[in-house]
Design a protein around this ligand. Structure first.
Ligand SMILES: [Zn+2]
Length: 303
């Protein structure tokens, strides 16, 4: 740990790739997902120039909503879009079943007008839209939820309840970039529980699990083996894990097409000032810049 802190101070990242670990309790009533997200949050910060408030919104959104990756089938992709009711804040998160994701917050210099980004957990009120892309389905499946003011950490709970009818709880670590999600399985999915036994409430289960996840949060454990063993030692069955990485698949051609459509409807002069020969555009997700010349639009277009 000492060597690691020294290297971190020198700006050398020793973080291992982020991963979500899944377990089931021995009564088969609950599934637990432990999200070790330190490298992912680190990479998102490096890719974007965020204000301190924005960082908190992005962090809590990602540590909560990334748990939706566990509900995706092979080749499915999921987009989650938050629009605050006062139109002051937007968050976009895109996830694929393979574990790649990208996310962004607008505006990047957002300053919270209330204390929700202070010592308390940041809160959100507004519209939560989702869009799921499934292979062989031409159109995405879209949903819209109006969310009352809740902590960002509860957003996934609302989504699971409304879209999947699952009772869940997400706890975000106050110190490390990690979170845990507890999911109560519906009765029909509990195969081996006898009918006469009372099922455990989500509250009681969370209380029993608290010493385990708080211990992992406290030290910010990254080691895959230590995380798995911690739960296995407490009689949880290890179901598997999935690596989660930040990856932006932006392409120059897509930016060109978008700009080209603008020139078709409004003319090349709408993008280029008099005498200007080149413009540059930046990907909001990864910060990569793409340059375009005026000639490209003149050759391809009618202007
Ligand atoms: Zn990009």
């Amino acid at each position: 740990m000492c060597d690691q802190s020294l290297l971190a101070n020198l700006g050398v990242s020793m973080l291992t790739n982020s991963r979500i670990f899944s377990f089931m309790d021995h009564n088969k009533e609950f599934v637990i997902h432990f999200f070790e997200g330190q490298k992912l949050i680190h990479d998102l910060i490096l890719a974007q120039k965020l204000s301190p408030d924005n960082f908190l919104f992005l962090r809590d959104s990602v540590l909560s909503l990334l748990h939706t990756v566990n509900f995706l089938k092979p080749l499915e992709a999921f987009g989650i879009y938050l629009d605050s009711s006062d139109q002051s804040l937007k968050v976009k998160i895109e996830i694929s079943n393979s574990g790649t994701m990208r996310a962004v917050v607008f505006p990047k210099n957002f300053q919270s007008s209330n204390n929700s980004a202070g010592t308390n957990r940041p809160k959100f009120q507004g519209r939560l839209r989702t869009s799921k892309l499934t292979p062989n389905e031409k159109a995405p499946y879209n949903t819209i939820l109006e969310v009352p003011e809740i902590p960002f950490s509860d957003l996934a709970n609302v989504l699971f309840k409304e879209s999947y009818q699952f009772e869940s709880r997400i706890i975000i670590s106050p110190t490390s970039d990690q979170s845990v999600m507890l999911l109560k399985l519906p009765r029909s999915e509990i195969k081996e529980i006898s009918d006469h036994r009372n099922s455990t409430s989500l509250n009681d289960f969370e209380l029993s699990l608290r010493p385990i996840y708080e211990d992992l949060f406290h030290i910010g454990v990254q080691d895959y083996e230590i995380i798995s063993q911690k739960f296995i030692n407490h009689s949880f069955e290890f179901l598997g894990s999935k690596e989660i990485t930040f990856q932006c698949h932006c392409e120059r051609s897509r930016f060109f097409d978008a700009l080209f459509n603008i020139t078709l409807s409004q003319g090349v002069h709408h993008l280029f000032d008099e005498g200007q020969t080149t413009i540059e555009t930046e990907c909001d997700y990864c910060g990569k810049t793409y340059g375009f010349s005026r000639d490209e639009f003149l050759i391809n277009g009618k202007h």
